[in-house]
Design a protein around this ligand. Structure first.
Ligand code: NAD
Ligand code: TDX
Length: 354
């Protein structure tokens, strides 16, 4: 299965931009990508710098909101969309606790509008792939793994909105026969991740000599997956996954937050030592816990491994080193965010409300 005109939503975000680069380089994808993105604070055109020029004719950017039914109708018709890979979302848990409304709009209503447009394409439509999270399953105790059969128990407004969108995709598949797949993945890390998430935040704060805020006791556990491994899994599911199915994706890399922060300090001390040789560990600061903070996530991805032969390639130690090195080597990208220059560019091209 391949696609001639694939709509990628949220392609200017962290995982979406990695996915677009990944896919355009593959020999088994010869079609065109239409990247549809609202360019919220998390959408950064610098993530795809040079792509339109390099893949001329195979990559198009369209600015807009997945909640905008009229805009979607125009896009689906104009480009003859035959597949969707749906990344667009409000993605940050802390923001969903402070201001949940945009999460309900984009993650739930936006997914609904996309499903409606995909359904309206009838037999011309091949697949709706929905990119989701392991957070829909809630929190684990010291043992056990999330499987695809587990009941959903989302604990944050973010994960509740993603759970709702997963259910909508499933319902469109069951009720209307819409060809759809869903993937629920653990925490991603790698190049182009917005520095509000744990790993890039610690790297940037460490470089600037700022406090490294660790929530609660720092012993919450997440499973970590290098973003390129996630992209491979998504593409494999899109091509070969069974329609109507959900696949868990994980990295086999459970880590306590505090251990990650210490590893980042050690990498920064090695790759960008402070004058005088002091360790960044002195910047570690325990702060108030996140409300409803899930204690542990861990993934059983044996369905994906058994049916489609997928395995993560990147070890956490090597992936983290590559990631820290990427941030060190990409100062202009960091500066664009730090100074807000990426926003001024967007406002100039698309207006203040973008
Ligand atoms: P991100 O926040 O970096 O990017 C989100 C992108 O969506 C941005 O480019 C933003 O401009 C765009 N967007 C937001 N609202 C939009 C709207 N209404 N219309 C159109 N575009 C809109 O997110 P990410 O970390 O790349 O995550 C991508 C997807 O993967 C999300 O659906 C997320 O739930 C899921 N996911 C993320 C992780 C992770 O660790 N980051 C793990 C599992 C699943
Ligand atoms: O400053 C911090 N200090 C801290 O201790 C931040 C930003 C986070 N944390 C902790 C909270 C979590 O236990 O680190 C862990 C990771 O936090 P985030 O990077 O905010 O990720 P998380 O909340 O686990 O959610 C992420 O993974 C699943 C993504 O943001 C989601 O989009 C994805 O679905």
């Amino acid at each position: 299965m391949t696609f001639e005109n694939l709509l990628v939503t949220g392609g200017c975000g962290f995982i979406g931009s990695n996915f677009i680069r990944f896919l355009l380089d593959r020999e088994d994808f010869t079609g065109r990508i239409v990247n549809f993105d609202k360019l919220t604070y998390a959408g950064n055109p610098d993530n795809l710098a040079g792509v339109a020029e390099r893949y001329h004719g195979r990559y198009v950017f369209e600015h807009g909101d997945v909640c905008d039914a009229g805009r979607l109708e125009d896009l689906f018709g104009r480009y003859g969309i035959d597949g969707v890979c749906h990344f667009a979302a409000e993605s940050h848990v802390d923001r969903s606790i402070r201001r949940p409304e945009s999460f309900i709009h984009t993650n739930i209503l936006g997914t609904f509008q996309l499903l409606e447009r995909a359904k309206a394409r009838g037999s011309a439509f091949r697949l709706f792939h929905h990119v989701s999270t392991d957070e829909v399953y809630g929190s684990l105790g010291a043992t056990g793994l999330f499987t695809e059969e587990m009941p959903y128990r989302p604990n944050s407004p973010y994960s509740a909105s993603k759970a709702a969108s997963d259910h909508l995709v499933r319902a469109y598949s069951e009720t209307f026969g819409l060809p759809a797949t869903i993937s629920n993945c653990s925490n991603n890390y790698g190049p182009y991740q917005f520095p509000e998430k744990l790993i890039p935040l610690m790297v940037l704060n460490g470089l600037e000599g700022k406090a490294l805020p660790v929530y609660g006791d720092g012993r919450n556990v997440r499973d970590w997956l290098y973003v390129e491994d996630h992209c491979e899994a998504i593409w494999l599911i899109m091509r070969k996954g069974r329609r109507g199915e959900t696949y868990n994706i994980g990295g086999n890399a459970e880590m306590e937050n505090i251990a990650i922060v210490r590893l980042i300090c050690a990498l920064l001390d090695e790759l960008a030592p402070v004058e005088g040789g002091e360790s960044r560990e002195r910047l570690i600061t325990y702060v108030a816990d996140r409300p409803g903070h899930d204690r542990r996530y861990a993934i059983d991805f044996s369905k994906l491994a058994g049916e489609l032969g997928w395995r993560p390639r990147q070890s956490f130690a090597e992936g983290l080193r590559r990631t820290v090195a990427w941030y060190l080597a990409n100062q202009p990208w960091i500066e664009g965010i730090r100074t807000g220059a990426y926003r001024s560019w967007i406002e100039e091209h698309y207006g203040k409300e973008a």
